[in-house]
Write a protein that binds this ligand. Structure first.
Ligand code: MN
Length: 240
């Protein structure tokens, strides 16, 4: 049996369409999972939905409503999708409680931290006075800045490297960490580039970069998805 992986989507208010990059779908398939796109329209069904899933992939997207980390919105905060925020945070909290593996990408990493009670800095410029270029001016697959991976972290075990060059499409960054969340990688300007959950029963990994756009050109980065799917397969067999 292949594990069933729920992938969260973006929503376009103008066209009334849920959207998701094909690269997420292909990466899950390449790593041995069955992708299932999940719309954020049914908070009351989130618990039922989660019982059918063997893993949750939180995709990238816009900014989270600062309400969820007890801040008022600053002018630098971007467009927010209230329904997506509430659905993803609810789903992630339940997944963490139940030990359903979670992989968060970009916004998805920030959702993991907020669901665990942590905060987000609403713009990188507010926390560092000499930031790197985190909104890269280059093709999406191209790796533009280095990240230092912390020794003995889950991400270090997955990638087997202390330094990796990654792509970058974000203007916000992780601030205070949520419960059981630790930093697993940072850029040179101390911007958090990966987090993970210290609770042994949970595979919960968040990356600020976009491995789904990179693995075609940098095959080693697919190991992030392979490790996630391995955890989902284990979770699936533990249910039976
Ligand atoms: Mn970055």
């Amino acid at each position: 049996m292949y594990p069933l992986i729920g992938i969260t989507c973006s929503y376009d208010e103008d066209t009334k369409k849920f959207t998701i990059g094909d690269d997420y779908v292909q990466a899950i398939q390449a790593a041995g999972g069955v992708p299932l796109l999940i719309p954020h329209r049914s908070n009351e069904h989130a618990a039922s939905l989660l019982t059918k899933l063997d893993g949750v992939l939180l995709s990238g997207g816009g900014d989270i409503d600062p309400f969820y980390f007890d801040e008022e919105p600053l002018p630098v905060n971007g467009y927010i999708d209230p329904l997506r925020d509430s659905f993803e945070i609810l789903l992630t909290r339940m997944a963490l409680e139940q030990g359903v593996p979670v992989l968060g990408i970009c916004r998805g990493m920030q959702v993991i931290n907020v669901a665990a009670g942590g905060g987000i800095c609403q713009d990188i410029s507010l926390m560092t006075n000499r930031p790197l270029q985190h909104s890269q001016q280059a093709p999406r697959w191209y790796a533009t800045h280095n990240i230092k991976i912390f020794k003995s972290s889950l991400l270090q075990r997955i990638l087997g490297r202390d330094m990796v060059r990654v792509n970058s499409f974000h203007h916000q960054m992780i601030d205070n960490l949520g419960k059981n969340i630790v930093i697993s990688a940072m850029a040179e300007d101390n911007v958090v580039e990966a987090i993970e959950c210290t609770d042994d029963k949970n595979f919960a990994l968040g990356v600020q970069f976009h491995p789904e756009n990179m693995y075609f050109k940098y095959p080693f980065i697919l190991s992030i998805f392979i490790a996630f799917i391995e955890a989902c397969t284990q979770f699936l067999s533990s249910k039976n």
